[in-house]
Design a protein around this ligand. Structure first.
Ligand SMILES: C[C@H](O)[C@H](O)[C@H]1CNC2=NC(N)=NC(=O)C2=N1
Length: 102
């Protein structure tokens, strides 16, 4: 898996909503807040199944209704298209679960 090119970064990253850089790592970070633990865990279950299908896994942490997610591609040493694709998938599921970005 190759890292994103400068052109891909310039066009694809600004189109993602609410994802922030995560220095010093070449990674994207987002914190989502759900109504309660049940909603957060349901969202995480959906993302986990998608991550397995994509063979691309988030680094994440859950505390009750809050889910902190970091995306990067270990095999590429930084961001790749897989992170963009997983971010889009996460955003779709988060919206369907009624999450807000912290
Ligand atoms: C062997 C397996 O395909 C790899 O280790 C996959 C699994 N999930 C992964 N997830 C992420 N985030 N980065 C990777 O480089 C990665 N590699």
């Amino acid at each position: 898996m190759s890292p994103l090119t400068p052109d891909q970064r310039a066009t694809l990253l600004p189109a993602l909503h609410g994802w922030q850089p995560c220095p010093p790592r070449d990674a994207l970070r987002k914190v989502l807040v759900f109504e309660d633990f049940n909603a957060a865990w349901g969202f995480m279950s959906r993302v986990a199944l998608a991550a397995e299908r994509m063979d691309h896994h988030p680094e994440w942490c859950n505390v009750w209704n809050r889910v902190e997610i970091v995306l990067t591609t270990h095999d590429a040493g930084g961001l790749s298209m897989r992170d963009v694709e997983l971010a889009r998938c996460i955003d779709r599921y988060a919206e369907e679960a009624g999450a807000r970005t912290a």
